[in-house]
Design a protein. Structure first.
Length: 316
């Protein structure tokens, strides 16, 4: 996964300026504070990856690769941030299986045998749009809390509400995290198969993260804080489980088998100094479908992010 962030200046002085100076006027309370381009992929497998024949009733093999462009607008007076994300990509490319097999071979793990059964084998174009709202509930010297809500339509269609809390020395602004476990730290995990307690195997992409000075307000500042996110999500459609309506795939789950309500959580610690952030997080999700193979998911990761300051910022 490749991620490039461009964060624009914040009135509170927590960031160096990028390419426009919105912070100089006290009358400007509603402004764009961040642009992001994210190229990433996610891979999913059934429980028994050594099996080359279909496992009906379990989740199918699926891989999605997408380019996401995002924009976030901040309203200081209302203590609210609104984000808009558009993802365009493909489901079913062979890359997911090739990378997972290669890493499993390298670490002498079980080689997955069923990628020929993946959803939309060969590739199907997909798109997804997400609109999110964050509202700052509380901000103190050593803590902040926010309410989060979003809705998504496309190859995944769902809506969710939740809350996020940070405690400790924070230099990055409250709106950096959006409380959506599908688009934040849980996507920043190495492409390894993890064994969840209920027997679930989850594969997620490796990450290279390059960001503008948003999570790292100045390269001389440091931060160390814990964070927690809880979220409830109502699910309407998931192509990665149900398949594409215009195709017949070897393994799919019927709509009646999907869990329409899902609970998620994430917690961890963030440490940052001189433009380098180290993040440890643990995430969990309740079962996404019913049946004999239903299971919850639990995964964790250690992530390293490097931050840079644009030349234009240094001149201001």
């Amino acid at each position: 996964m490749l991620r490039v962030d461009r964060l624009l200046p914040v009135r509170a002085g927590m960031h160096t300026a990028a390419t426009r100076d919105c912070a100089n006027s006290r009358s400007v309370t509603n402004r764009i504070v961040a642009h992001e381009i994210l190229l990433g992929g996610s891979a999913f497998t059934p429980t028994d990856i050594a099996r080359a024949t279909p496992t009906f009733g379990d989740r199918p093999y699926a891989f999605v690769l997408a380019l996401t462009t995002s924009q976030k607008r901040l309203d200081d007076a209302a203590r609210t941030a609104v984000s808009s994300d558009l993802s365009i990509g493909a489901v079913g490319l062979p890359l997911g299986g090739q990378v997972q097999r290669g890493i499993h071979h390298l670490f002498h793990l079980t080689i997955p045998q069923g990628w020929d059964l993946q959803i939309c084998r060969g590739g199907c174009p997909v798109a997804r749009y997400t609109l999110g709202v964050q509202h700052l509930l509380m901000q103190r010297t050593h803590a902040d809390a926010q309410f989060v809500a979003n809705g998504t339509v496309g190859y995944q269609t769902h809506a969710g509400i939740g809350a996020a809390v940070r405690v400790g020395r924070r230099q990055s602004p409250w709106w950096i995290a959006n409380g959506d476990l599908q688009t934040t730290l849980n996507t920043h995990a190495p492409l390894l198969t993890l064994q969840a307690p209920a027997g679930a195997r989850v594969a997620a992409p490796a990450v290279a993260s390059v960001s503008a000075p948003g999570s790292a307000p100045t390269e001389r500042s440091w931060e160390l804080y814990g964070f927690g996110v809880v979220r409830l999500r109502a699910v309407g459609y998931n192509m990665l489980l149900q398949g594409a309506p215009w195709r017949t795939d070897p393994v799919t789950l019927p709509s009646s088998q999907l869990s329409r309500g899902i609970g998620e959580f994430q917690g961890g610690v963030v440490g940052g100094w001189r433009g380098v952030n180290l993040v440890f997080s643990v995430s969990g999700r309740t079962t996404e479908f019913s049946g004999p193979f239903a299971r919850s998911h639990l995964w964790g990761g250690l992530y390293l992010s490097l931050f840079f300051s644009p030349i234009s910022a240094a001149r201001q």
